[in-house]
Ligand binder design. Structure first.
Ligand code: ADP
Ligand code: ZN
Ligand code: MG
Length: 483
């Protein structure tokens, strides 16, 4: 087979994170009773007038600013007309020209290199409702309509055809999701349908400058599905071309069970949506102040934060990546540092406790950091107790179990359980004597010059003291005694 290059362009829909819908006051709450969140506007009653949600406009513009877009001050809406039963008014309110944001860019880290992907546009539109064809696994011979999602705000982002592999597409979506979540513009949870993508794929013989015929795979809602669909579709197209066939521009659907794409409709007579200006939403201009104030509100973005954590706190790449994987985790970490007496000494151990013990336990219970039973203040206290020698690292793990299970602070757990580290030389001396008596062979080895043999005697002292002995002190006492 000759060599082919794959080209991918993404159309990403993200549900805007506002309390109310984009053109009415109904709640956007996920999982409400069917049709509980509806009113005359989002059920498309004749004569109902849409009212634009300012917060939704702000979310789109913030996303545009974070991705270096040109913001178009002119805010206009259009009707995109088609019949589908989940849009009772038979048109969708969207933006045609201009969109709120034009020509942006996202730089992704891929394969150890950086790559800038150009993004054509981001526009604001409303979501459709949902048709239900089965209940509890039972197929219905009729369809039900739930309009809770109708008129929820969406931003649609369209990339240029510049992505060249399934892995790169996933890297793009991951980085986009991180940024949009940091902005608070969308939760981007694919499981809840809050991020969905149409994936356009084409292939062309290596060296050919014009792009091949594109196939659009609609409504993808998982990263693993997107990866599999691109891989499958690119291979299918290569085989068609290699065997002398021709591709048609069409829309296909991904069949997750069979792992294949299936033709849905040919795009040759492209749908004419008869866009026209939405008469119920008059065009208006955004002021420079409005846009500049949003720019000032932009938070530190994940990449910048990660670089700062590495530089300012001396963290490893791994810890910095984990801690900046969400804004909540990063804030928790910095809060904990602010509770620490010695920030510098605490920076690494706190990072460690969060990225290993705490994240492990949270994962097991399917909780995120906002639901952590251990507060940032308490994790800071725990680390200071280790740093000032009042508990050993081993005891700290026991204390942490209780902190997590009971939401308690470490000092009271240590007091209640009598876990304070033993640093009393007399008390430790007695235990050391016992341990020496019981470790004849280690003592002999040590005396014969094998210094490492002392380790097993220290271990025995730790065991006898139930982990409470101060290991540095035990080491010192043993060396003296063995002299
Ligand atoms: P439509 O609504 O018809 O799908 P859009 O302009 O909204 O059109 O989206 C087109 C998408 O297809 C863009 O993401 C673009 O990058 C991508 N695309 C265009 N041509 C190709 C091609 N030859 N191969 C792969 N992707 C393409
Ligand atoms: Zn409504
Ligand atoms: Mg499309």
């Amino acid at each position: 087979m000759p060599n082919y290059q794959t080209t991918i362009g993404l159309e990403v829909h993200m549900q805007i994170n506002t309390k109310s819908k984009v053109f009415c006051e109904c709640s956007t709450q996920f999982g409400a009773e069917p049709n509980a969140n509806t009113c005359v506007i989002c059920t498309s009653q004749p004569g109902a007038i849409p009212i634009l949600n300012r917060k939704a406009v702000e979310a789109v513009i913030k996303t545009g600013l974070a991705l270096n877009f040109t913001i178009n001050k002119q805010c206009t809406f259009a009707r995109k007309q088609y019949f589908y039963p989940d849009i009772p008014k038979d048109y969708q309110i969207t933006q045609s020209e201009p969109p709120l944001c034009s020509r942006g860019q996202l730089t992704i880290n891929f394969d150890g290199k950086e790559k800038a992907v150009n993004i054509t546009r981001i526009h604001l539109e409303e979501d459709a409702g949902k048709l239900i064809h089965e209940i509890g696994g039972r197929k219905l011979d009729y369809s039900l309509l739930d309009l809770n999602r109708a008129s929820v705000g969406l931003m649609e982002l369209v990339t240029e055809p510049e992505i060249t592999s399934a892995d790169e597409a996933i890297a793009f979506l991951n980085e986009l999701r991180d940024i949009v979540r940091y902005l608070g513009a969308s939760e981007c949870s694919m499981e809840e349908g809050k991020m969905r993508a149409d994936v356009n794929v084409s292939v062309r013989p290596e060296g050919q400058s014009e792009l091949g015929t594109r196939v659009e795979i609609k409504n993808m809602n998982s990263l693993s599905g997107i990866h599999a669909a691109i891989t499958y579709e690119a291979q299918r197209q290569k085989e068609v071309l290699a065997s002398g066939g021709k591709l048609v521009q069409e829309t296909r659907l991904w069949d997750d069970e069979d792992g294949i794409t299936k033709s849905m409709r040919s795009k040759e007579g492209a749908l004419d949506y008869r866009y026209f200006p939405e008469p119920d939403l008059v065009p208006f201009d955004l002021s420079d102040d409005f846009i500049e104030n949003l720019r000032k509100e932009l938070p530190e973005l994940p990449k910048a934060k990660k670089a700062r954590f590495i530089k300012e706190y001396g963290l490893s790449e791994y810890d910095a990546s984990y801690l900046t994987s969400s804004r909540q985790i990063a804030d928790y970490y910095e809060e904990a540092l602010n509770f620490s007496k010695d920030k510098k000494a605490a920076a690494k151990p706190i990072a460690n406790w969060i990225s290993t013990e705490l994240s492990g336990k949270l994962n097991l219970e399917n909780k995120d950091i906002a639901q952590s039973p251990v507060s940032s203040e308490n994790i800071a206290k725990l680390v200071s107790m280790i740093l000032d020698g009042s508990i050993s690292g081993k005891i700290a793990k026991i204390v942490f179990e209780d902190m997590f299970a009971k939401s308690k602070d470490p000092q009271s757990i240590v007091k209640e359980k009598g876990l304070v580290q033993i640093s009393d030389e007399n008390a430790l001396g007695k235990i050391c004597d016992e341990a020496i008596k019981e470790s004849a062979s280690a003592v002999a080895e040590y005396k014969a010059g094998k210094e490492r043999a002392i380790g097993s005697i220290v271990g025995l002292v730790m065991k006898k003291s139930k982990g409470q002995a101060n290991p540095q002190l035990v080491n010192k006492i043993l060396i003296e005694k063995l002299k």
